[in-house]
Design a binder for this molecule. Structure first.
Ligand code: G6P
Ligand code: ZN
Length: 541
């Protein structure tokens, strides 16, 4: 074991989901080493225990897996489970941590951000429950990165991570595992595979876009091999270090080809996609895009149709910017509803405490208590299970849902790569206005309430403030303003817009029409054009 002297970097603060930077940034001398040592220095009691290592296969994944293995050995871990080829989707990593009682895991991913020599990379730490480290740990890691003076590493040749089996690395056991097997087995316990298999056998057609990212091998094994979907159901199924040059974010912009196909004349019955590390999902029925917020509500309302959830839900949780569609389901089911800040880590305590069973975010994340990460393929399989049992198209299920609960029209407008000072100025100006807003009119709308969202965790009593500016209008509509915590250049302003129509209201509007007054109100309130120089959002999801 070697102790190597190093000097701190001042920019290793983990964001919404770990440390994310461009690859060349990570390639600076000791940049990766400093961060990994800071993770280990912030943990206690891992001597001799198991660590899980895996990533989404993007550029630099293999190199960092080797560094992490050698540092884990030098720091005293007893065993590392690493996905073959360094690959583990984020939900699969969460499952492996839980299933094998690991102390924690290092997940290498920048999620839905592009990959390649000049694109994004990321490192995050997950704790023993399989979920992202809570803020108390990420803050300790950040504090450590600012003082670090040395790191420990084993001088050894690279480990063969491509052959399944066990090797020794300086007294630590390295087990290279099949990245798919444990995950596929878990899915079989949750869903009615025979019913879904029968649906495919009956001619049901599906298109799944793995976006040349981590979900490819999982989707191919589960959908095509175990469930009998036709060969070719999974497109872009081979993970590539640069995701084929694409942006592996399953939204209507980056998965436009799938969307167009689903709206076209020969559309399959069901379309879906997942992101770089396999935790996000996009759901498109024939002739209908299901927003992530609606998907959460519809999955929650129908979850009992899947064997894993037949006993019903303990509760539902959603991030604050996610629409309130799921709240109405929770109300009807008579179960708890929890509204958390953005970031899957906030669901961990609710899931561990048994308060929530299903969680979701507007950012295309949905999941349950089966792991402690959101899970793209899980959401797809739950949809398939529901379709197989109800024997109705997704569009009919969505329309029936709206007739029962009403419809939360929803869109998110993203202004990407804007000047950081301008973005902060915009949020500060809004915050300053908040006390005076209630009762004021903005166009035809009247502000009912306005605040800067703060969260009190009901399980551990911790608080998180400044989690987004909420402006609620009379009638249940709202706009929310937030700065992204996952961007890697400049700032991203997210504007979340939601209008509620009750069951007897107008349920068949085009989304932009339903939201027009709110979009205008957002501009008036935040002066987006004036402060950022932008007249249009870069991405609308
Ligand atoms: C990651 C997190 C999610 C979060 C999303 C958006 O995917 O895991 O929990 O919702 O980022 O975060 P942002 O801060 O960019 O809006
Ligand atoms: Zn992701």
């Amino acid at each position: 074991m070697t102790i190597v002297a190093t000097t701190p970097y001042d920019d290793q603060k983990p964001g919404t989901s770990g440390l994310r930077k461009k690859v060349p940034h990570f390639q600076q001398p000791n940049y990766v080493h400093n961060f990994i040592q800071s993770i280990f220095d912030s943990l206690e009691g891992f001597e001799g225990k198991t660590l899980v290592i895996g990533g989404d296969g993007r550029f630099y994944n293999r190199e960092v897996v080797q560094i992490a293995l050698k540092m884990a050995a030098a720091n005293g871990f007893g065993r590392v489970l690493v996905g073959q080829g360094g690959l583990l989707s984020t939900p699969a990593a969460s499952n492996v941590i839980r299933k094998y009682g690991a102390f924690g895991g290092i997940i290498l991913s920048a999620s839905h951000n592009p990959g390649g020599p000049t694109e994004d990379f990321g490192i995050k730490y997950n704790i023993g429950n399989g979920g992202p480290a809570p803020e108390r740990i990420t803050e300790a890691i950040y504090a450590r990165t600012k003082e670090i003076e040395d790191y420990k590493i084993l001088e050894a040749p690279d480990v063969d991570i491509d052959t399944i089996g066990t090797t020794d690395l300086g007294g630590m056991t390295v087990e290279v595992i099949d990245p798919v097997a444990d995950y596929a087995e878990l899915m079989e316990t949750l869903f009615d595979f025979p019913a879904i298999r029968a649906m495919f056998a009956g001619g049901f057609r599906m298109a799944f876009d793995a976006m040349s990212a981590a979900t490819g091998p999982y989707a191919t094994e589960i959908l095509e091999h175990r469930l009998g979907a036709a060969a070719g159901t999974v497109r872009n199924g081979i993970p590539l270090p640069d995701f084929g040059g694409h942006h592996p974010d399953p939204n209507l912009v980056y998965a436009k080809a799938l969307y167009d196909e689903m709206m076209g004349p020969d559309a399959p019955d069901f379309g879906a996609a997942s992101d770089g590390d396999g935790d996000r999902n996009l759901i498109i029925g024939r002739d209908i895009f299901i927003t992530p917020s609606d998907s959460l509500a519809m999955l929650a309302a129908n979850a009992h149709l899947a064997p894993g959830y037949a006993a019903g839900l303990a509760g539902i949780a959603r991030s604050m910017p996610t629409s309130a569609a799921a709240d109405r389901v929770a109300e009807k089911l008579g179960v708890g509803m929890y509204e958390t800040p953005t970031g899957w880590k906030f669901f961990g305590n609710l899931l561990d405490a048994g308060l929530a069973t299903i969680c979701g975010e507007e950012s295309a994340g949905t999941g349950s208590n089966h792991v402690r990460e959101k899970d793209g393929l899980w959401a797809v399989l739950l949809w398939l299970n529901i379709l197989a049992v109800r024997k109705e198209p997704a569009k009919a299920i969505a329309e029936a849902h709206w007739r029962e609960y009403g419809r939360n029209y929803y869109a998110r407008h993203d202004y990407e790569g804007i000047d950081t000072d301008a973005a902060n100025g915009l949020v500060e100006a809004l915050r300053a206005k908040l006390p005076d807003l209630p009762g004021t009119k903005v166009g035809p709308l009247t502000v009912a309430a306005a605040d800067d969202f703060a969260y009190l965790d009901p399980v551990d009593g911790s608080t998180s403030s400044h989690q987004g500016i909420r402006i609620l209008f009379e009638g249940g509509s709202r706009v929310v303003f937030r700065l992204s915590g996952t961007g890697t250049s400049g700032a991203t302003l997210r504007v979340y817009i939601e209008a509620y129509e009750p069951p007897d209201g107008n349920l068949g509007l085009e989304v932009p029409d339903a939201l027009a007054d709110l979009i205008a109100a957002a501009e008036t309130l935040a002066q987006i054009k004036e402060r950022t120089g932008r007249t249009e959002p870069d991405v609308i999801t």
